[in-house]
Write a protein that binds this ligand. Structure first.
Ligand SMILES: O=C(O)CCC(=O)C(=O)O
Ligand SMILES: [Fe+2]
Length: 342
């Protein structure tokens, strides 16, 4: 089967080689990240698809405005995320991230090939078929499960709109990707992730040498990221490697959803849609030093989806096998599956 040999060798895929060489600071360079208006989506689909294609074949990042995810839902997600992260450690430990499931809580466990050190963060991941025993109850965090399910669904819907535009552009049926991100299937593996990057307010100068999130590309098809205004740090470096060392801050403007293409869609588009390296840097001394909360949603095709582009540039591979290969590099020393999306 395709992939079996490559699965055995961590770092074998091009993406991993790319990641392993990009731990340096680099320099800061301003670049425009296109903003794309999703208003009146059905009527404006052709125009929106053109804009998405241009951004995704260029810088690989774009920001959606008028995306339809209600502000009050987003605020409620942030409130409940804090309620969760503020639980005592001993309570959070009841929801451990289970290897290979992208579900549950981890604390400073994700080591990036690019840095070799754990990201300075804790996170809680929601992958719907894998959540048994992993939801805090309404006494611990009132309304947590209800709110997160609503938000997961809202992100899925927006993600599928974007993917339907890429499907049209690639010559697939409009609902091609939607059918392969089927949320009622047991093979569903899209993930909502709540991330708490630790406050740097009382940190020692040497702690600033590390990364909130080391440079990486995402494994999935498409990532929708919610950043909080005033809590920046996300940077991108376009192209297939970071040899330029030129990183661009992606502003956490209010009301935008920041999107990037992941490796899975890059492969599925025969390398036309570009998965772009990104990272989360530490704040500069004159910036906000408090904790940072971000919420990405990873649109990741169902495990049994077969990935092959219209031009058949790469051999077919199931999403499950593709992710196995991709994940092996991101495990902590015990080679456990820490996080399988970004
Ligand atoms: O927190 C962020 O701004 C980005 C997080 C990210 O890139 C990831 O989790 O894959
Ligand atoms: Fe990422």
């Amino acid at each position: 089967m395709t992939g079996q040999n490559t699965e055995k060798a961590a770092y074998k895929l091009d993406e991993l080689n790319r990641e392993a060489t990009i731990g340096g600071m680099g320099v800061s360079v301003a670049r425009a990240v296109p903003q794309i208006d999703m208003a009146d989506f059905e009527e404006r689909k052709t125009e929106i698809a053109d804009q998405l294609w241009q951004a995704a074949t260029g810088i690989g990042f774009f920001q959606l405005i008028n995306h339809g995810i209600p502000d009050d839902l987003l605020s409620s997600v942030y409130d409940k995320a804090w309620d969760f992260f503020n639980l005592p450690m001993a309570e959070k430990e009841h929801f451990p991230l289970k290897p290979g499931t992208n579900a549950g809580w981890e604390f400073r466990a994700q080591v990036r090939p690019s840095t070799g050190t754990p990201d300075n963060k804790e996170s809680y991941q929601i992958t719907l078929p894998n959540m048994t025993g992993l939801w805090p109850d309404d006494e611990q965090v009132p309304g947590f499960q209800h709110t997160m399910r609503l938000f997961e669904q809202a992100n899925w819907k927006l993600g599928m709109r974007v993917l339907s535009c890429f499907a049209l552009k690639l010559g697939f049926d409009e609902d091609f990707f939607t059918k392969l991100h089927n949320p009622v299937s047991p093979t569903y593996q899209s993930t909502l992730r709540l991330i708490h990057y630790m406050s740097m307010e009382n940190a020692k100068p040497e702690d600033f040498r590390f990364w909130r999130a080391g440079a990486h590309s995402d494994f999935d098809c498409l990532t929708l990221l919610h950043q909080r205004p005033g809590q920046g740090g996300l940077q991108l470096c376009p192209g297939k490697d970071a040899t330029s060392g030129e990183w661009t801050d992606v502003a956490p403007d209010p009301g935008v959803v920041t999107c990037n293409i992941g490796d899975m869609l890059m492969r599925w588009s025969d390398d036309k849609l570009l998965s772009t390296l990104h990272r989360v840097r530490m704040p500069y001394p004159d910036e906000y030093l408090g904790p940072r909360l971000s919420v990405p949603f990873f649109c990741q095709a169902n495990r049994d989806a077969v990935i092959q582009g219209p031009e058949k540039k790469y051999a077919p591979i199931t999403a499950e096998n593709y992710l196995k290969e991709r994940m092996q590099a991101n495990y902590a020393e015990k080679k456990e599956l820490i996080a399988g999306n970004g």
